[in-house]
Design a binder for this molecule. Sequence first.
Ligand SMILES: Cc1cc2nc3c(=O)[nH]c(=O)nc-3n(C[C@H](O)[C@H](O)[C@H](O)COP(=O)(O)O)c2cc1C
Length: 374
Amino acid sequence: MILATPVTERNLEPIRLGSIEIKNRVLAAPLCGASKIPFRELARRYGADIAYTEMVKAYPLVRGRNDRRTLELLQTEAADAPCGPQICGAEEDIMADAARRLEQLGFPLVDINMGCPVPKVVREGAGSALLKDPSKVERIVRACAQAVSVPVTVKIRSGWNGSQCTGVDVARAAEQGGAKLITIHARRRDQFHSGEVDHVAIGAVKRAVSIPIVGNGSIIDAASARRMLDESGCDAVMVGRGAFGRPWVFREIAHAIRGLPPPPEPSVDEQHEVVRWHIERTHELEPRRANGLCRKYAAWYLHGAPFSSFFRNRAFRAGSREETLALVNEFMDLKRACATLAPGEPAPVPPFVAEAMRKGEAPVEEPEDEVCDV
Ligand SMILES: Cc1cc2nc3c(=O)[nH]c(=O)nc-3n(C[C@H](O)[C@H](O)[C@H](O)COP(=O)(O)O)c2cc1C
């Protein structure tokens, strides 16, 4: 149902956010355990206007003694721009100090997390707990906005639960406090990360404030992005899990927003280069954690060829960079081979797949994404 001016009929001048120009109107979401430097750089390579860090807690950033883990999560580099850092907390003075620290570190904006549903975060009154307290939202945003000269933005949800759909009140409070842009994940806190997204709730927030609104939730391709933009009237969209293993989704969406024909799907060689680069860069940047991270990252890309689930099973058990890369190479070779098959010709069965089938090995359940480790 189209409730707003279709995006392709709108004036799509860039949105200015401090020093940043939002031209393509598609952003890469903050994602604990995922939106690290390589993910962010790939997102931008394919057109994301801003890519966010995973959230960090404000307290260790400013009160902890040189908290190494927090600073690691905020690690960045010249090619990683524009990068939006995200902080989480419930106390105005600590949040303001954290915002100051982020500005000192050179970030071009400060984003405040008001949507994290994780119980240990909510218990501290932070993340989505703030959805229950619009006046606190206003105080926190004001304290941060007064502390820094870069724009302060917030990421909210449509509400706390079915009887507290506070998105509009929270958005108004954030604007009142000085926020320059609001991203709304169109789910309530009680939905965590699944269930229907509510485009009507995004539309209500859009109409209630005059700052730019970014819609978020279950955008996986150009069609879902267009649907959210057209149904809600939001100014831009943010993609999270839809970019796992498909960073080119940003380019597809950027084209669709401009009404351009869809770009071609990247060749297998290009996909191969992307996944290899993602794995290699992760090992360079976080050698101690890379193996665990890359099991998950490799599995994101192991789709779109026969026996994919067997490859993903193996990826989850890979013990080293070499093992992960060898598996990826084998998968991409299979993908190439499949592209040359005559109609009806069966795909070649990789020996490890034949062996697994012979033993009757069932595909392993894919591990749930760890939503937050801070
Ligand atoms: C694994 C995971 C980690 C997340 N980490 C964060 C985070 O650090 N900060 C945040 O604001 N949202 C976080 N989110 C929420 C996403 O940014 C996004 O709002 C949500 O996944 C809905 O978008 P999607 O359906 O496009 O994934 C996380 C979600 C997932 C699945």
